[in-house]
Design a protein around this ligand. Sequence first.
Ligand code: ADP
Length: 471
Amino acid sequence: MKVLFVSAEVAPYSKAGGLADVAGSLPQAMASYAETIQVLTPLYGQIDVAQYHIKPTDVKGEILLGDEVIPYRIHQTSDPNSAVQIKFVSCDRFFQRNGIYTESNGEGFTDNNLRYFFFQLVALDLILSGKLQADLLHCNDHHTGLLPALILAHHLNVKTVFTIHNFLYHGHFSKAEAALLPKSILPYLSTTQWDNYSALLEGIDHSRIVTTVSPGYARELLEGVDIDSESHARIVAARGKFTGIVNGIDTNYWSPGIDPLIPHHFSSNDLHGKEQNKLALLSKTGLDPDLQAPLFGSISRLVENKGFPLIVELLDDFVELGAKFIFLGSGSPEIANQLRKASEKHPRHIAFDDRFNEPLAHLIEAGSDMFLMPSRFEPCGLNQLYSLRYGTIPVVNRTGGLGDTVEDWSQNSGTGFVFSPYDIKELRKAMIRAIKVYHLKPDWFNLMRRAMLKDFSWDQSAKQYFMLYTS
Ligand code: ADP
């Protein structure tokens, strides 16, 4: 079976969120099942080609977008550690800029729709011309949502799987933009109530199989939780081909026993390094070096649905109770402002870093006591999985993948603190419970060990994807 996995982000080359982590690790985990698995992704200007040994190949072509002919060239990494061939689409006009989707001020590029039309048309061109062989195309999120319809429009014998990593982002495009696509696809597209098109819904309509990144999120989508009625109707129409598979994590990269990005290694048998990492984290972020006080970590895009409206309301009260907080994240200027103000008000108790900072993310996982992730909705969520592995106890809302992966604490069971419904009162109660157990040392250590022993490696999930591929 020849599989082509198509994604707008692939870690470690380019990353804005969890999609990159999945695209970086799922194909690797699938490598032993498929005959060949190749990944196709844009060559963004910010990717360090020297570091990853990315070189141009002889494969090139031209794409007709409207009246314009735009050339592309395929580059490839010869990374000896990779079991998977990663192919990059290079095109100066669309990808040679800093930033994946946005300008440095956070504004989305105005030509994002055209950029991903182009990217998908390159994938199609590679298959049509035989420059790349694929029996199965695994598409991810709206950036690749038109590929299933393009495959149908060209009567290609290529099966399509479409994975929804986040239903919030539709990739809406106008009729004028649609007119730039090959004419053969137009009969397949359905307008939305806003008289435009949704690349996400097109992916759902036309792929052979639709997956989302946890069974809980699949259930919520099918029930129509937080979704407009028209989108819901299109999901329900796809019910028979809809399934949820929880994401795994790259256990080589996120592993407290070997992680090169943390100063002190530790394991469920020997937790000493955890406390030393906490000290390193407190000192790096300028917080009081007080090991007794509970420390909550957070690593997240700064968007409303990650629960920040609840968190910022509670900070003063919890600082009063002696808790400490470290926030790492960028995104909404408004949320960044609220976190910055809180850290200026409580400089010894709250730290905020608004960069994308991979080493600090690892140190937060290694050095925090608890991980705060009270998302309003969460398709899967990866940081709670990294947290479990680093013995950093997640405090989460019972939604989507969070509900599937974190079990509420009781004396002899559970791996975190789970609350429901999504409101400030319930979050407060969960945080207070977490702090109480934190001070009961044997219970807390047992909880940490239980969390660390949970297996969220890709093995199980890759097997499930393989069964879907073969079906
Ligand atoms: P989402 O995909 O909704 O952003 P996930 O929890 O699935 O949420 O994945 C987010 C990924 O992005 C995680 O690997 C997380 O560590 C990483 N991440 C988010 N913000 C930052 C940041 N500022 N610095 C480093 N890593 C970050």
